[in-house]
Design a protein around this ligand. Sequence first.
Ligand SMILES: NC(=O)c1ccc[n+]([C@@H]2O[C@H](COP(=O)([O-])OP(=O)(O)OC[C@H]3O[C@@H](n4cnc5c(N)ncnc54)[C@H](O)[C@@H]3O)[C@@H](O)[C@H]2O)c1
Length: 296
Amino acid sequence: MMDYLVTGGAGYIGGHFVDTVAKKSDVAVIDDFSTGHYVCKYARIIKADLRNMVPKIGNVRVLMHFAANPDVKGSMHDIKSHYERDVTATLNALELARKSDAETIVFASSSTVYGYAKKVPTPEESPFAPVSGYGLFKAMGENLVSYYSMSYGIRSISLRFANIIGGRTGHGIIYNYAKWIKEGKPLEVWGDGNQKKSYVYVHDLIDAIHISIKEAGKGYSVFNVGNKDQTRVNEIIEIFEDVAGKRFRIKRKDSQEGDVRNFLLDSTKLRKLGWKPKYNSSEAVRQAVIEILKDA
Ligand SMILES: NC(=O)c1ccc[n+]([C@@H]2O[C@H](COP(=O)([O-])OP(=O)(O)OC[C@H]3O[C@@H](n4cnc5c(N)ncnc54)[C@H](O)[C@@H]3O)[C@@H](O)[C@H]2O)c1
């Protein structure tokens, strides 16, 4: 039996997960290489597009579903193609899990399912109120996962990630700022730059994934994965300037639809299972900036 079948395993987070298991277990990756291009030499790589049903490869212990289009802003304008990558692909991944007799399914969900949450820090019991197509599709994905768990008795875990940074990141604020610095462009700030969010270093996220696979109970479980502190956009710019030792030009833009200005997840449930992130949010930003400027 295969240990892990990882959809989106050529992507940023999926690739980091694969790196932690591929040397010591039997791992296969399914990816269409639309945004991810990482190839772990210890894993079996299957090029396939999950918008179509993928034939069974063999029986699987854990199916990890990372494949998606993670572009939140893009999902506001091109809703149909995002639906296919985020919802149709999730249904096809779940069908594959069912046909492969998977014991456990792990779904990469997101804090965006909460939208402008009334309660901050936001616990898992808070209602779905997404304000982007992306958040809506993650909520729909979770409902699909929960349905498969209940109907077919597959132990399943939805993990609602905060913003994940560090390592080979290929999108998000840290990536964009490093890219604009390299291109000599000003750093774009949406609104006043005081929006505050929580960031998690990618290796801390991978630890959270392993802990949830090991410690979650039977049936369907949901965990938030976030730090306890928040980092403002203006502070991220200060960290870039501090690490680079120079000032950068700023270009102010209007606030963007779908951009949640204040988010903080309550991750008590996961911490009770033993998750202890090495970096808090601002430390994670600093570490990610150090790494990305070194590579630039
Ligand atoms: N990065 C974050 O901060 C963050 C936060 C919350 C949730 N997530 C979720 O975590 C998961 C991984 O995100 P990431 O940041 O690594 O993104 P990523 O774009 O690097 O990885 C996604 C991978 O899925 C693949 N893919 C996309 N559509 C596919 C399809 N139809 N068939 C097969 N492969 C397909 C891409 O080629 C890519 O390798 C996604 O589900 C994302 O929504 C990410």
